[in-house]
Design a protein around this ligand. Structure first.
Ligand code: C5P
Length: 221
């Protein structure tokens, strides 16, 4: 017997992170932000000044990078990379782009597989990523694939970054999002694609609370 898993996959900016955290809170289940693991390796590689083309060094870096998650008590997840709180650095587009490059290396994905599976614990796990329902938890009891138009996803990211005082342009973000989508969908290992048995939810123009309700209905009809 293993704990139930709700896999929530989708492209960047589809609202996965926000929705998954809220659903996990409401269900009282554990939460895995798998993208944070890839981002953490990206940040650690940056700290070590590694070349993103040096796959051997990146694979070693993956094994050497310790990632810890800590609830800050206000429902926000802090991420520790080798003991240092790197939450803000992890969210930057630089870290996202590095993560996406690193995530295309098969040995890196293999090295992170067991780490992700260890999050599966009672009473249940909400797992957020690109390949939760296809590769990491193919036997997940519930699978959701979230989408939203690229324009809306760029706008959400723009608002998020603007609120944090980061200066970016909407156009630049849209270009970065499209480039990252293309790379994530076209890579040879674990490309971004919905599991055959996933329920698709398009979140374009839909409020967060409504999406949360629809996902909760899948778990508790
Ligand atoms: O979800 P997030 O934007 O934090 O993920 C950052 C990058 O990590 C993605 O663009 C993707 O390349 C990679 N990733 C992945 N598999 C996952 C989660 C993230 O390849 N399960």
């Amino acid at each position: 017997f293993s704990a139930p898993v709700l896999a929530i996959d989708g492209p960047s900016g589809s609202g996965k992170g926000t929705i998954s955290r809220l659903v996990a809170q409401r269900l009282g289940w554990h939460y895995l932000d798998s993208g944070a693991l890839y981002r953490a390796v990206g940040v650690a590689a940056g700290w070590a000044d590694l070349d993103l083309d040096d796959h051997g060094a990146l694979v070693r870096c993956t094994f050497d990078t310790e990632v810890g998650f800590r609830d800050d008590g206000r429902g926000e997840l802090r991420v520790l990379v080798n003991g240092t709180d790197a939450t803000d650095e992890l969210r930057t587009e630089t870290a996202g782009a590095a993560a996406s490059a690193i995530a295309a290396i098969p040995e890196v994905r293999a090295a992170l597989k067991d780490r992700q599976r260890r999050f599966r614990q009672l009473p249940g796990l909400v797992a957020d990523g690109r390949d939760m329902g296809t590769v990491i938890f193919p036997d997940a009891r519930f699978k959701v694939f979230l989408t939203a138009s690229a324009e809306e996803r760029a706008q959400r990211r723009y608002k998020q970054l603007n609120d944090k005082g980061v200066s970016v342009t909407l156009d630049g973000l849209l270009r970065e999002i499209l480039a990252r989508d293309a790379r994530d969908a076209q890579r040879a290992v674990a490309p971004l694609r919905p599991a055959e048995d996933a329920v698709h939810i398009d979140t374009t123009g839909v409020g967060i609370e409504d999406v949360v309700e629809r996902v909760l209905e899948i778990v508790n009809p």
